[in-house]
Write a protein that binds this ligand. Structure first.
Ligand code: SF4
Length: 204
């Protein structure tokens, strides 16, 4: 079972394969893993103790960032995520902790959750994908339907008030035109976040 894996200079944590979305572009449609990680399909979800044990085996002299990302939506396991992040910060407060998320944590967990990340997470990266709620719906196919896009924006705004860095992401051209990127940047900045344009990687 792959709980932690390396991507460049970071340790990625794979908490779950569950996700409330079914994005048309999801990497999970392409195969069992990414970046030479081996299979990220979990036969069962790791316990907090297993996550902590896997993190404790990492060389944090070499890797200075931990990213909760996985092959699913990490806030599906919010309690484990937060406890593991707290463990990391207690071990070394200078370790950078990031969460890559679809931003739907409040709907997944049926409560406001952004404030829970304060002091445990340095950066939350949220998939904005588009400035158009209708396009978001057809692209990400969230099980929450039309409630998802505004909930994601609300989470981003509240996250920006609680963690030092909130980044919203879109995929670059040809998926997202320069004009659309500008509109997405305006949305991100209006929420207190910055926009990151990820390079387009065509499926092989
Ligand atoms: S939110 Fe992420 S994990 Fe979930 S379906 Fe979309 S791309 Fe895949």
């Amino acid at each position: 079972m792959t709980v932690t894996y390396q991507v460049k200079n970071s340790i990625y944590v794979n908490l779950t394969n569950r996700c409330p979305c079914d994005c048309t572009f999801c990497l999970r449609h392409n195969g069992p893993g990414v970046y030479g990680s081996g299979s990220l399909w979990l036969e069962r979800e790791p316990t907090l103790e297993e996550v902590v044990a896997s993190l404790d085996s990492c060389d944090f002299g070499r890797f200075r960032e931990v990213v909760f990302c996985g092959y699913g939506e990490p806030t599906e396991r919010l309690d484990v995520l937060l406890a593991a992040a707290e463990h990391l910060k207690a071990f070394d407060a200078s370790l950078r902790v990031r969460v890559n998320t679809n931003g739907l944590s409040d709907l997944v967990n049926s409560r406001p959750t952004a404030a829970l990340f304060a002091g445990k997470v340095d950066c939350i990266s949220i998939s904005l994908n588009t400035d158009d709620p209708a396009e978001y719906l057809s692209m990400c196919r969230p099980k929450f339907g039309e409630a998802a896009y505004p909930a994601m924006l609300k989470f981003a705004r509240e996250a920006a008030a609680n963690v030092s860095s909130v980044v919203m992401t879109v995929v670059g051209e040809p998926v997202t035109s320069i004009e659309k990127q500008a509109r997405c940047r305006a949305i991100a900045e209006s929420l207190g976040a910055t926009l990151r344009v990820r390079p387009y990687e065509p499926a092989i």
